[in-house]
Design a protein around this ligand. Sequence first.
Ligand SMILES: Nc1ncnc2c1ncn2[C@@H]1O[C@H](COP(=O)(O)OS(=O)(=O)O)[C@@H](OP(=O)(O)O)[C@H]1O
Length: 384
Amino acid sequence: DRCGTSPVQDSRSPSAKRPTYEWTAGSAPTGYGAARRPSRVLADERARQVSEESFIWPPPDLVASRRASPRFAGKLSPLGEGSKKLPQALIIGVKKGGTRALLEFLRVHPDIRAVGAEPHFFDRNYENGLEWYRELMPKTLEGQITMEKTPSYFVTREAPARIAAMSRDTKLIVVVRDPVTRAISDYTQTLSKKPDIPSFESLTFKNRTTGLIDTSWSAIQIGIYAKHLDNWLQYFPAEQILFVSGERLISDPAGELGRVQDFLGLKRIITDKHFYFNQTKGFPCLKKAEGSSKPHCLGKTKGRTHPNIDPEVVQRLRDFYRPFKHEVLPDDGALLLAGRTECIYTEDSQRYCSGVLGALDWGGEIIFSKKSHYLTRNVSNITI
Ligand SMILES: Nc1ncnc2c1ncn2[C@@H]1O[C@H](COP(=O)(O)OS(=O)(=O)O)[C@@H](OP(=O)(O)O)[C@H]1O
């Protein structure tokens, strides 16, 4: 991954272990970034797993732009014009959903400029202040959208309020993927760094005999999308959140990118002709990466081979996630992560017909109800 895991940024190298903050010039403005370290949504030790890009610091883009690397010349105007702006759109999750692929594909658009590394501003670096954050961003010209991706935002309790404090108009993008595959992908990543960890099967259960799932394990907890989403819907209307299917990002990248460009109010410039399927990699790749004329696939850490998991455990996890897919969430419009449903009925026989935002390959759909009501979260009250 040219933005995350190129050899010089190997996450195993000691110099890349932890972010250091000394190099930044930005000062924290009052009102943002309280002295307190942000507390994590996932308190469990295992929740400290972070996506691999988070180890890359300082952000390669910043280093690259300081060195005026020709790699970035494509997007910078010859005079280096423009100004650094706070992002207007964020890819907030989910970890292992396909967030890197989405960002890399989006960067092909001339009206999108993005920081490649994960800034982790709204979770770990908030006390550094908004000016620090702005300083990380690439320069943009009028009409260009500034973006970043940090998948852990989606599961960070404080993130929605903080992002809303920056701007209530921030557009949010969530790449969702079958939560079971996502969990296995998450585990595979950890295993690649710590080969001695227990098996996926044993980590899944609190007690294997009773079959009780360990929901404190971050690999499981991140996939309870409805629970995390609830938190976001307290601060942002559903229309401001776009769900991208991680599966379709692989099977039909241009189709998903079309939806994203529409959501961002951009001309559909990224189309089928930008992609080719690389047989060796087994994934779609870019014919030309941003600022380059060469084909570009994501790096070795994207598209890892997953270990075989006991099918019974996989099934048990599917059963575990099913109710969450049916959860109805409060908002201006209700949002439902559910099966193939077009209308739902509440206990008082109210009928809520929904516009389907997107079908998910794992049998779920993201449905947006036009009706503006708080719907009960008790699934059994609802006939589907
Ligand atoms: N085009 C393309 N090339 C390679 N990989 C692709 C692509 N599109 C989606 N994916 C899937 O992205 C998964 C990694 O997700 P993220 O980038 O969100 O991971 S991370 O949270 O930033 O670590 C990664 O998960 P694994 O397959 O488990 O490695 C891929 O399945």
